[in-house]
Design a protein around this ligand. Structure first.
Ligand code: IMP
Length: 443
């Protein structure tokens, strides 16, 4: 299950729904930059690194090797869940995931400040610098954290090197290697019972014919390789990232489910063609409670962008989509959908590779009537006002992908299951057009 936009698509709720049928849920990339808000029985859970599957007592949760782990933060999440009587016994952490250290967070913050107007708008959680060290082959992995001598040896050299950067480049105070070592040794002891060979664990689950759900964080447009570079995160949220980040082969993946909001949001810097700077934008922000779970920043809001939607269908090989927050559009008189871009007078149906060109793209809209009535109590497609159903059909036809789930609020029951997202269609919300794997499928 992946995000089909710029993150914050409401994946937490959809993972929560899908986790019911999953024996194992695996997070395969990203770190505490992500944030899921899940509401169960009126209780709100905010999770960053731990998959929302943890709320089901029989579901195993795995934090895969493609993630980056900030141990202090992870322990806080564990403590919160335990306080709420949620068992964390079945949480497993990959021994080969990389660890976020204090210097990663400091460098993330300082480098963003130094960039000035060229900043990325990161979450300042040290994500980029942790992945940079991984690529530079100077990173510290969970296995190193578990081995006192290895950790001390590695930190001696690394902190000396990082202190040079902190002091000389950013004018910050140096870190004390002994204090960092002591802090991280404590973390290691708390996390040790959860550490495993996660790729092997997932492999065995698949061999035993268990259902495994791979949960992407962030979204397709924030992908390091396929997103709107450089305004992206430092990992691969796309479906292909699941293979690398969880350590599985592509042949074991049965279905790819995308999640998209009924409109678009983006947090952080970077071009956003359908962004609204008017009252409608404020309405979407207010009704959709569009504030980041991790940083509390107000999200930028705009109309649905089908150019990006089609791109996400292609890059991830989506079988179906979950459309979230349809109810947020309830009071909008007219709804626009971006069907193409105008780039310097030329109509473009595909995302340009160049960030400068993307910044010049103007949306080409089609306008649909709103429904001006509440949808939050609708529980089947038949309950939806005609205009809302037409809107969904329009999106499905534009993107040539069936809509399997429609979400109309934060609670588990505010959901319409159009077709079984895991085992395929009962009834596709699409008259013509096809999912990628079933070219002959019609509504
Ligand atoms: P980083 O992942 O903290 O390095 O931030 C890079 C970009 O990704 C920034 O624009 C962030 O706002 C964005 N970002 C990172 N995580 C999320 C997320 O979970 N939801 C939405 N945007 C995110």
């Amino acid at each position: 299950m992946i995000g089909a936009q710029w993150g914050d698509e409401g994946k937490g709720k959809i993972t929560d729904l899908l986790s019911k049928s999953a024996d194992v849920v695996v997070r395969y990339q990203g770190g505490v930059n992500a944030g899921h808000t899940v509401v169960v029985d009126g209780q709100t859970f905010k999770l960053h690194l731990i998959p929302s599957g943890i709320l089901y007592p029989d579901t195993e949760c795995v934090i895969g090797s493609g993630t980056v782990i900030d141990p202090g933060s992870l322990i806080q999440e564990l403590d919160t869940l335990e306080r709420l009587n949620v068992s964390t016994e079945k949480l497993y952490i990959s021994e080969t995931a990389h660890v976020t250290m204090p210097y990663h967070r400091l460098i993330d913050q300082a480098s963003e400040e130094k960039r000035g107007s060229k900043k990325i708008g990161t979450t300042k959680r040290g994500i980029g610098p942790t992945y940079a060290d991984k690529s530079e082959r100077t990173g510290i992995r969970v296995v190193d954290l578990m081995d006192y001598d290895a950790l001390r040896e590695q930190l001696e050299w690394t902190i000396q090197y990082k202190n040079g950067i902190l002091e000389k480049l950013y004018g910050l105070d140096p870190l004390d290697p002994k204090a960092v070592l002591d802090e991280y040794i404590q973390y290691a002891e708390r996390l040790r019972p959860h550490v495993i060979d996660s790729s092997l664990h997932v492999y065995k689950a698949i061999q035993q014919r268990q259902n495994v759900l791979f949960e992407g964080a962030q979204g397709t447009l924030l992908d390091l390789d396929h997103g709107t570079y450089p305004y992206v995160t430092s990992s691969n949220p796309v479906a292909g990232g699941a293979c690398i980040g969880a350590g599985i082969g592509p042949t074991v993946v049965d279905r790819v489910i995308g999640v998209a909001k009924a409109y678009t949001t983006r947090v952080g810097e970077g071009p956003f063609p359908t962004e609204l700077h008017c009252d409608v934008g404020s309405l979407l922000c207010e009704r959709g409670a569009e504030f980041g779970t991790t940083t509390g920043r107000q999200r930028r809001c705009g109309w649905f962008d089908a150019v990006i939607g089609r791109y996400a269908v292609r890059i991830n090989g989506l079988d179906c989509l979950a459309i979230t927050k349809l109810d947020v559009l309830d009071d909008v008189d007219e709804i626009k959908v971006c069907v193409a871009y105008d780039l310097d007078g030329e109509t473009r149906k595909e995302l340009p590779g160049s960030a400068r060109q993307f910044a010049r793209c103007q949306p080409v809209y089609e306008t649909l009537p709103g429904w001006n009535t509440s949808t939050s109590d609708c529980r089947s497609l038949d309950d939806l006002p005609k205009q809302a159903l037409d809107y969904l059909k329009f999106l499905a036809e534009l993107m040539k992908v069936p809509i399997a789930i429609v979400s109309l609020g934060a609670s588990r029951d505010q959901t319409i299951i159009v077709e079984d997202p895991i085992h395929g269609p009962k009834r596709a919300l699409l008259q013509e057009g096809n999912s990628q794997k079933s070219p002959s499928r019609v509504g």
